[in-house]
Write a protein that binds this ligand. Structure first.
Ligand code: PLP
Length: 366
């Protein structure tokens, strides 16, 4: 799709592509929000756009932190001039809903920022559990990072009462990096329209960007045309498969991987109900050289996995099964390659056990 000839950013044909993109993004996010568009920039630009539009200097913002991306949220909110308070959980665990409610009651924030899929730890935060809490604080805006969940785990913006939700193209949407889908609820739009001062960022000001994507079509900045072609194609592929079958595929490949990991005598870092399907955090066994394993996998098997970040550096491997890459062949290949690599470091592994266990799982009825 990206090799297609360029169109002008106001070409009627490109305007049609923009309309289709918005329609398919609304379906992916599970929302009817009119302002649902791709931001020109990566996932972090989505994060900036989310905060810079709804946060006014002095606003109280509560940020939940259990990994790198929660930390990034707090930094971004701080740069917007917010009065930031953070609520933390150990890396590898979700935040407790009752604890979040307590913190909201004590701090009375205007905005609650939270990560749905914490890529640095492999934890899934049950956002839907916040629904009854949100009902008690009608002023509160819920801002959620779904960069590693959109297209891999259910994300239901309207049902879950999310006000601002952003993602990225290169995780479960299986598209090159470069755009950040984002959506704003009516309540979020009200906050933006009622701002005393202009949005501090000219580039990410939704009042102006929204006019280019809305009926006015006013030039704001030149859309990265090829990236938009790519996202349209990625979303078409997503909808061809269907949202539910796609989630189920991610779930099954994750479960197969876990079976294999456990059959190799290894352990998952995250407790069972909170494991991401898209990002599998595997605890590194004692005596194994993290960097050596990852280098070998890359050089000899052309297979890249992530190392731990921050507090989890050297403690976990992060195995992505996102979008197109969440498939049976990858799961079996990874388990086989990991077994070989661990053996070379003297780790006793039952021969072929990982891939066999995963194969058995796949043979079971869904
Ligand atoms: C990758 C990621 C981001 C940042 O996205 P970039 O495309 O790297 O800017 C933000 N949040 C989460 C949870 C991510 O996984």
């Amino acid at each position: 799709a990206m090799a297609k000839p360029m169109l002008g950013h106001l070409d009627p044909e490109f305007l049609q592509i923009m309309n289709k993109l918005q329609e398919l993004l609304r379906q992916a996010f599970g929302t009817k929000n009119p302002l649902t568009i791709p931001i020109s920039g990566t996932g972090s630009a989505g994060m900036e756009a989310a905060f810079v539009n709804v946060v006014e200097p002095g606003d109280r913002v509560l940020v939940c932190i259990n990994g790198v991306f929660g930390e990034r949220m707090a930094d971004v909110a701080d740069r917007c001039g917010a009065e930031v308070k953070t609520l933390s959980a150990p890396w590898g665990q979700p935040l407790d809903t009752a604890g979040i409610e307590e913190a909201i009651r004590a701090f009375q924030p205007r905005i609650l920022g939270i990560v749905h899929a914490e890529t640095s730890t492999g934890v899934l935060q049950p956002i839907e559990d916040l629904r009854p809490v949100l009902k008690k604080f009608p002023q509160l805006l819920l801002l959620v990072d779904t960069v590693t969940s959109l297209g891999g785990h259910p994300v239901k913006v309207d049902d879950w009462g999310i006000d601002v939700c952003y993602s990225g193209t290169q995780k479960c949407l299986s598209c090159p990096p470069g755009l950040a889908p984002i959506t704003f609820s009516a309540k979020a739009m009200e906050k933006i329209k009622g701002r005393a001062k202009k949005v501090q960022s000219w580039y990410l000001d939704m009042n102006m960007v929204g006019k280019y994507w809305g009926s006015e079509r006013t030039y704001h900045h030149t859309a990265p045309i090829s990236m938009n072609y790519a996202l349209l194609e990625a979303l078409r592929i997503l909808h061809e498969e269907g949202l539910e079958p796609r989630y189920e595929r991610h779930r099954r490949n994750h479960l197969a991987l876990v079976r294999g990991i456990e059959a190799l005598g290894l352990h998952m870092h995250v407790a069972e109900p909170f494991r991401l399907w898209s990002l599998n955090a595997v605890s590194i066994p004692a005596g194994i050289d993290d960097a050596k394993v990852r280098l070998k996998l890359l050089q000899e098997y052309n297979l890249e996995i992530g190392g731990g970040l921050g507090a989890l550096k050297g403690k976990i491997w992060r195995v992505g099964l996102m979008g197109h890459s969440s498939n049976e062949a990858n799961v079996l290949y990874f388990l086989t390659a990991l077994e070989q690599t661990l053996k070379e470091q003297g780790f006793e592994v039952p021969r072929g056990a990982g891939a066999s266990a995963a194969r058995e799982f796949y043979a079971e009825p869904a």
